[in-house]
Each structure stands twice: as structure tokens, then as C-alpha cells.
Design a protein around this ligand. Structure first.
Ligand SMILES: *Cc1c(COP(=O)(O)O)cnc(C)c1O
Length: 369
């Protein structure tokens, strides 16, 4: 059996008519940029997160960049960010003119240590925070945001991996100034290409991001600042809209698969299942287990069985060459080092069949550590 780590072909096969109808509608009316499908999606996602404003852009990365610019990040401004995430959580800071301050992670859920974040905010050592909700569950932000507000420090939520997640019954967006979503094809709701969306609680921030996404255009062919060209194509907005209809069903299926993996791992000595933080609903965008001693051997064993795995992430962001000479660290970075050596992600997409899920579980059981 061959079970690749990711596959979008089945999703298309299952929903061909709906996706093709959405495409046909856009190509027929011909307004391929900034049509009603785009503003409809902005409203729908904003409604989903219970936030007033949505701004569709070309990628989740651009949502972060435009968000930080609209929140007034100054050149050289310092922004705290986890040391364990996709590179874009931090490269966006550099693109927006800032300097990343990488925060070590805790050992349970692998998110930025709250004690370090609070210390950076309370002591005024940072001008902003990019808070990443990792793998599909949320990080705790209420106190960080309250302390940041007192000091005029911005908080951005990177919710690229957390669409559908809640913490204490609340979705991302309630403890930040801007929340960013990604429609990268690897995400739970992906475009057939790139896409992203930034959500704001203040009108002027949303309007600023709208100007920034199109050359700083303030209307009447007047350009008030140097902006970007980062638009979500109408056809992608239409496809994302179609996929959103399936968000709950797809999430429930991922939860079923995650439960089967966890049941298996709970009986195995060599690995542990992902821990869900109390108060969280995890959407299992990624199913990341911890394998303290034999991670690479397990990955090879699964590969031999035809099962694709991945490592999220294999290198601390503070060690990535692209940030050399332009970052700081907060903490001794032992947490992130350990995480990078021990994490392993299993395939988890709603189109996995029960038979494939069983096969993966049997392959896990067959590994002798
Ligand atoms: C995917 C991702 C991004 C970037 O989104 P793109 O749409 O790929 O630009 C940013 N942060 C995190 C945590 C991500 O997983």
C-alpha cells in the first residue's frame, strides 16, 4: 500500500462538480480580481472568527507582513515569535522591517513559552508579538494580550494552522490586533494555489491593509505609500468558499483519524501521542507525535511500509541560515532543540480510508523501537 503524506487528488475527485462550477462561474463573468467572490469570502471568514473585518491577500505570509506594517512596526522593531514554526512566521517579521526575537518552546505542546513571552512584553523588550497556534491547537494569549495592550505592543495571531480550533470555547482572534489565515494547499482549507486572509478588529487597520495589498492605492489613482501587489485571485476565493462548506465534516473526519492513531500510540512504549492542552479543541491540521529515541528509524520503517511522514520542524528557526545575523533568542533554546529531534508527523487528511488508517496503525505497532 502507498499512503503519501499529502494528496489533493482525492479531494478533487470527491468534489469535482462543485469546484468546477465555482471556477466556471468566475471565468464566465470574467472579473478575475477583486470580484464579489473575494468580498464574500472576506465577510464569511470574518464572520467565522467573529471579527469585523477581513482582507484577502495572496498568501498567509503576506497577511502577516501587511498586518505588521498596518500595526505600525518600525524599522528595526523587535517582534517575539516562537522558534518552532514554519519559516514564514518569522520571515514575515523581517519583510515588514523588524527583527525576530525567537522564543524557546515548552515540552508539552511545543509552543512559545508563555513565561518568556510575558517577560519580553512586560519589560518592553519587544514592539510586537507573532503568536503561532501550532499544529491545530491554540496557544494561551489572554494575559500576553492584556499586558501588550497596556504598553502599546501589537499582537498578531498566526492562525495558519488553526482554522476551526478553539481555546476555552473561543476561536483565534480575540486576543490580538490582527489574525492571519492561510489557504496554502497544505492547510485544512486550501486554495488550488496560494492564498491568505488577514482579519482585523479595527476599521483603520483593515483599510490600511487593503491599501497595502494593492500598491498603497488610496483611490482615484492616488498612491499614498509604497505597497505590495498581493491579491487573492477571484477563482481561488470561489474555490476556498466551496471548500469551506466542508470544513466541519473534514474536521470531524480528521478527529476520527487522530483518535485511531492516539489509541494505538497510547499502547506503544516508544512514542507518545500529541497532547491536547486542557481547554483546547485540536483540529489536527497536523498529527505530530513525539518519538524520544528512534524518530528517524521509525520514519524509515514507515517509509518501507509505503507510508509518507514529515517532520515539523527539523531545525529551530533561530538556526535557519536565512536569519543569520538578524535575530535574537529568548531562553536557552533547549526546548526547541529537543522538539526538532523528536517530532514526527503522520499523514492526516479526511480522504484517508478506514483501511489506510488501520494499515498505518498496524505499521506503528510493528515497529520494535
Ligand atoms: C503556512 C503557514 C504560514 C504561511 O502561509 P502561506 O499561505 O504559505 O504563505 C505562516 N505561518 C504558519 C504557522 C504556517 O503554517
Amino acid at each position: 500500500m502507498q499512503i503519501p503524506f499529502m494528496r489533493l487528488d482525492r479531494q478533487f475527485a470527491d468534489n469535482r462538480q462543485q469546484f468546477m462550477d465555482a471556477v466556471e462561474k468566475v471565468f464566465t463573468h470574467g472579473k478575475v480580481l477583486q470580484a464579489k467572490e473575494v468580498s464574500d469570502l472576506e465577510e464569511r471568514i470574518a464572520g467565522y472568527f467573529a471579527l469585523p473585518y477581513g482582507v484577502a491577500v495572496g498568501s498567509g505570509t503576506d497577511a502577516l507582513i501587511l498586518g505588521m506594517k498596518a500595526l505600525g512596526l518600525k524599522p528595526g522593531g523587535k517582534v517575539a515569535v516562537t522558534s518552532l514554526s514554519f519559516v514564514a512566521s518569522a520571515s514575515a517579521i523581517v519583510h515588514a522591517g523588524g527583527v525576530p526575537v525567537f522564543v524557546d518552546v515548552e515540552n508539552e505542546h511545543y509552543m512559545a513559552r508563555e513565561d518568556i513571552l510575558l517577560d519580553l512584553v512586560k519589560s518592553g523588550q519587544v514592539d510586537g508579538v507573532v503568536a503561532v497556534h501550532l499544529y491545530g491547537q491554540m496557544t494561551e494569549l489572554s494575559e500576553v494580550y492584556a499586558e501588550a495592550k497596556k504598553r502599546g505592543i501589537f499582537v498578531i495571531e498566526d492562525a495558519a494552522q488553526a482554522l476551526g480550533a478553539t481555546r476555552n470555547g473561543v476561536q483565534p482572534g480575540q486576543y490580538s490586533d490582527v489574525t492571519c489565515v492561510s489557504f496554502d494547499p497544505t492547510k485544512v482549507i486550501g486554495a488550488q494555489g496560494s492564498g491568505g486572509l488577514a482579519l482585523a478588529r479595527e476599521h483603520h487597520v483593515a483599510e490600511h491593509m487593503k491599501r497595502l495589498r494593492y500598491h498603497g492605492h488610496a483611490g482615484q489613482r492616488v498612491y499614498t505609500e509604497i505597497g505590495h501587489n498581493s491579491q487573492l485571485p477571484t477563482v481561488q476565493a470561489a474555490i476556498v468558499g466551496a471548500k469551506l462548506d466542508h470544513e466541519e465534516a473534514w474536521r470531524n473526519r480528521r478527529l476520527e483519524i487522530a483518535a485511531a492513531f492516539t489509541k494505538t500510540l497510547d499502547r506503544l512504549p516508544y512514542a507518545s501521542a500529541p497532547k491536547v492542552r486542557e481547554g483546547n479543541t485540536h483540529i489536527f491540521h497536523k498529527y505530530v507525535m513525539t518519538v524520544p529515541n528512534h524518530r528517524d528509524a521509525l520514519s524509515a520503517h514507515l517509509k518501507n511500509a509505503g507510508i509518507g511522514t514529515s517532520v515539523h520542524y527539523s531545525m529551530p528557526l533561530n538556526e535557519q541560515p536565512c536569519f543569520a545575523g538578524m535575530h535574537q533568542c529568548a531562553g536557552d533554546m533547549s526546548g526547541v532543540k529537543r522538539a526538532c529531534a523528536q517530532v514526527l508527523s503522520l499523514p492526516i487528511y479526511p480522504e484517508l480510508t478506514d483501511e489506510e488508517v488501520r494499515y498505518i496503525c498496524e505499521a506503528l505497532k510493528a515497529f520494535k523501537g
